[in-house]
Design a protein around this ligand. Structure first.
Ligand code: PRP
Ligand code: MN
Ligand code: MG
Length: 183
């Protein structure tokens, strides 16, 4: 068989749990910003696509979106620590409040670099919203304003998270069976 649900060890966070938590995060974000000056949502391709789509629609203010693509992992499961801009913002962010939207913070290398990069462009504020975080995998401390779930260091896929570009369209977050990446 070659189906989406194959090779999953177990479901870690269900679609329903993601949805409930996302609504809570949206209420917290609405409370922290003014509807007159909502933040620019910056999604990090490709993993953040699902959380961006869901968060933006959950917010009750105008949610302007922009995207960056950075490279840190490639097809491997290990973080190289190298961050390279593959696609930059279309938006000038000097003086603006920016909210980076991510699917997961693993080592923290991508986000600590990105937060500093966007701050250096003169943004008024740069906060981070991530659906998942692996506290035990942290190599650098990242100040994260909004976190959906802290999870163990298992290799997880789904809800935007991939293994070799697969499983992103899985609705839940699941632990990948070890044999898939051990080969
Ligand atoms: C993953 C994930 C985060 C980053 C987190 O992206 O979506 O962006 O790694 O890792 P870190 O905290 O160790 O830096 P990836 O580089 O796999 O690209 P993708 O979003 O296109 O899958
Ligand atoms: Mn990513
Ligand atoms: Mg990836």
């Amino acid at each position: 068989a070659n189906s989406l649900g194959d090779d999953l060890a177990r479901i870690l966070v269900t679609e329903a749990e993601l949805k409930t938590r996302l609504a809570e995060l949206a209420r917290a974000i609405e409370a922290d910003y003014s509807a007159d000056e909502p933040p620019l949502l910056v999604g990090v391709l490709k993993g953040a696509v699902m959380v961006m789509a869901d968060l933006a629609r959950e917010l009750r203010f105008h949610a302007e979106m922009d995207w960056m693509a950075v490279s840190s992992y490639g097809a491997s499961t290990k973080s190289s620590g190298v961050v390279r801009i593959l696609k930059d913002l279309d938006t000038e962010i000097a003086g603006r409040d920016v909210l980076i939207v991510e699917d997961i913070i693993d080592s923290g290398l991508t986000l600590s670099w990105l937060q500093e990069n966007l701050a250096s462009r003169g943004a008024r504020s740069v906060r981070i919203c991530t659906m998942l975080r692996k506290p035990d995998a942290a190599k650098v401390e990242v100040d994260v304003a909004y976190v959906g779930f802290d999870i163990p260091t298992d290799f997880v896929v789904g809800y935007g998270l991939d293994y070799a570009e697969r499983y992103r369209n899985l609705r839940d977050v699941a632990v990948l069976a070890e044999h898939v990446y051990a080969e």
